[in-house]
Design a protein around this ligand. Structure first.
Ligand SMILES: [Ca+2]
Ligand SMILES: [Ca+2]
Ligand SMILES: [Ca+2]
Ligand SMILES: [Ca+2]
Length: 356
């Protein structure tokens, strides 16, 4: 649940208390892996560069099992996402949106079909991936200063601990002499989870060295089949209560352990539950047998899955298709600007969040 949604749901006077309360619980509730590093707007650039992010643009679930709220905006806007922030001028946004419309409409019949939207989504997803490749170059350089193209787990571990405030030289010395690093329990947990991931990203021969490509799949598992499987396994492990490696609806919608301790907190999360239930029943559980297998979750999360892209395209069209002709006309897309871009246009100040 995002801050914005909480604010919009509650009168200001009581919301602050609830926000604080909720966030305190939310932090505790996150599964151990990566939880300590989850931060949508990292303060330290270095953290951002060398740690696998919890949120991956264009991927439907986050590493901690939360639904990606911005997914459809990400696949609609691609790398131009920042251009549509809430402060930018409505007239400019309108112009940009019209430009996008004409690009999506490849057969120039002034309407967007599901096929056209599907192709567009695939293109924008690819843009996010290219962005990741670009950023990975910088990140890899940061952990491989001597530039020999290979990084050992120990070298990475030193950089990670340095980013957590440890003295880089001291840690490097201790590792060399095989001494105890004396890190706190939380950091130790994160380290272990990172180590698992590191070994997973290491293609045969298993030399524990990652090159730039392997490091890319370490940071961005979404475009490597093996790493995507690994990510799915981690998510299932965190949500699976009876340990059968499959998810029931109740496992998928129950909050991570320790989150909802009282009825008030539970009520705040009703929306969260409703959305997850819908996603589970209508999309993730593809054969609708009430059970989500690892394979189903993997299909669902695969950003390069064309069937998913078509589904998403149809869903996006359905949201704004006021004249119900199964295509989007320019007028419809402008009217639903907030849904597609996250920012309102002045002329069409209608709140679609009320409906969806
Ligand atoms: Ca068209
Ligand atoms: Ca289960
Ligand atoms: Ca199923
Ligand atoms: Ca229409």
């Amino acid at each position: 649940m995002t801050l914005r949604r909480i604010w919009s749901k509650w009168p200001n006077s009581i919301s602050l208390v609830l926000v604080v309360l909720f966030f305190a619980m939310d932090i505790q509730a996150r599964p151990a892996n990566m939880s300590a590093n989850r931060d949508k707007k990292p303060n330290s650039k270095e953290d951002n560069e060398i740690l696998p992010p919890d949120h991956l643009n264009g991927v439907k679930l986050e590493m901690d099992g939360h639904l990606n709220k911005d997914f459809h905006q990400e696949v609609f806007l691609g790398k131009d996402m920042e251009e549509f922030d809430e402060d930018s001028e409505p007239r400019k946004n309108r112009k940009k949106l019209i430009e996008i419309f004409s690009k999506v409409d490849t057969n120039v019949d002034r309407s967007i079909s599901a096929k056209e939207m599907q192709r567009w989504i695939m293109e924008k997803t690819e843009e996010h991936f290219q962005q990741a490749v670009k950023e990975n170059k910088i990140s890899f350089h940061a952990i491989d200063p001597d530039g020999d193209g290979h990084v050992t787990w120990d070298e990475y571990r030193v950089k990670f601990l340095a980013s957590k405030g440890f003295d880089e030289k001291e840690v490097a010395e201790k590792i060399k002499r095989n001494e105890d690093l004396k890190v706190d329990e939380e950091t130790q947990e994160v380290l272990e989870s990172l180590k698992d991931r590191w070994f997973q990203a290491d293609n045969p021969p298993a030399d524990q060295l990652l090159n730039e490509d392997e490091f890319l799949s370490f940071l961005h598992p979404e475009h490597s089949r093996g790493m995507l499987k690994y990510m799915v396994k981690e998510i299932v492990r965190d949500l699976d209560q009876d340990g059968n490696k499959k998810l029931t609806l109740s496992e998928f919608i129950s909050l991570p352990m320790g989150t909802a301790e009282n009825q008030e907190a539970q009520d705040i999360d009703d929306d969260w539950v409703r959305e997850r239930k819908k996603e589970f029943e209508e999309v993730i559980d593809a054969n609708h047998d009430g059970i989500v297998t690892m394979e189903e979750l993997e299909e669902y999360m695969d950003p390069m899955n064309e069937y998913n892209a078509l589904n998403e395209a149809k869903q996006m069209i359905a949201v704004a298709d006021e004249n119900q002709n199964h295509t989007l006309e320019l007028e419809e897309i402008l009217r639903y600007s907030e849904y597609f871009t996250g920012s309102k246009l002045m002329d069409y100040a209608r709140n679609v969040h009320e409906e969806f």
